[in-house]
Design a protein. Structure first.
Length: 276
């Protein structure tokens, strides 16, 4: 969906003034209701993917809403991207998207005094989903673990400046966990202890394996050094979507969402992996 749009350097830079929200299709009824208020397919239900630019109230649309940035800004959707004219068409569409975002950011400059303030960690909803999304993205996942709320908050606060630093931004996904049973259900080979654990998801996101464990008493500057070093070593092989999905279906691997699948194409093909 985002090969020529959301991952492009110009789009990433234009997105800095925005709050970027990544919804998890079919995983939360409140999110389903929110998405349905913005866009529905020809069936009257939400599709597996959706894109829109919204005002700070989170309700007013500042762009059209559709299945992808390509469909909003006049590009070519993924399954037609091999057409000869697709590259130039998507390049032009991506430029229109960047221009729109730059205009919007000028219209909504943000509250005074908030520039440079620390941002909250870009958490995923829970460990189960976080491991699966990390597998889909082919990225490592940093688990922040502590059973006591105060200790978890301390670890999160110490990590904020690291997670949004130039060296780390966009290179890992994040999730907070305070339940030992949840941790051991999804992370193999290690008992939970307060601190940070960088894990590698297995290809279909059913569980993850620790790559790096950092004690909760480690000084932030050392957490930064260890995390950046570990991220530099993480280089999983790229995934071929068609092959990956076919092998998953053959093995009987399916993701069981928390709400009904309403996208006909996904329902008919089965779900060997989820596509957030």
């Amino acid at each position: 969906m985002d090969g020529s749009f959301l991952s492009a350097r110009a789009t990433v830079e234009a997105s800095r003034p925005f709050v970027c929200i990544r919804l998890a299709t079919y995983e939360n009824q409140d999110e389903v209701d929110f998405m349905k208020a913005l866009y529905v397919s020809f069936t009257g239900e939400i599709a597996n993917t959706m894109f829109a630019l919204l005002s700070p109230d989170g309700k007013t649309r500042l762009s059209e809403a559709d299945r992808s940035p390509a469909q909003v800004f006049g590009g070519v959707i993924q399954r037609r991207a091999s057409q000869p004219e697709a590259a130039e068409q998507n390049k032009a569409a991506a430029a229109r998207m960047v221009e729109s975002m730059e205009v919007i950011s000028l219209a909504y400059p943000g509250k005074k005094g908030t520039a440079g303030s620390l941002q909250a960690l870009p958490y995923l909803g829970d460990l189960r989903m976080a491991v699966n999304v990390a597998a889909c993205d082919n990225q490592p996942l940093l688990v922040v673990y502590a059973e006591k709320p105060g200790e978890l908050a301390r670890l999160e606060n110490a990590l904020q400046s690291i997670a949004w630093s130039k060296e780390a931004i966009g290179r890992a996904l994040y999730v907070g966990v305070n339940d030992a049973a949840e941790y051991t259900r999804h992370i193999k080979g290690e008992k939970p202890a307060a601190g940070y654990v960088l894990v590698a998801p297995e290809p279909y996101g059913r569980h993850a394996t620790p790559l790096l464990t950092i004690d909760g008493e480690t000084k932030p500057e050392n957490v930064h050094k260890q995390l950046i070093a570990a991220l530099a070593l993480y280089n999983p092989p790229p995934k071929d979507f068609e092959k990956h999905e076919a092998e998953g279906l053959k093995a009987g691997i399916q993701w069981k969402p928390k709400t009904p699948i309403t996208d006909r194409s996904r329902r008919q093909r089965g779900r060997s992996r989820r596509r957030p």
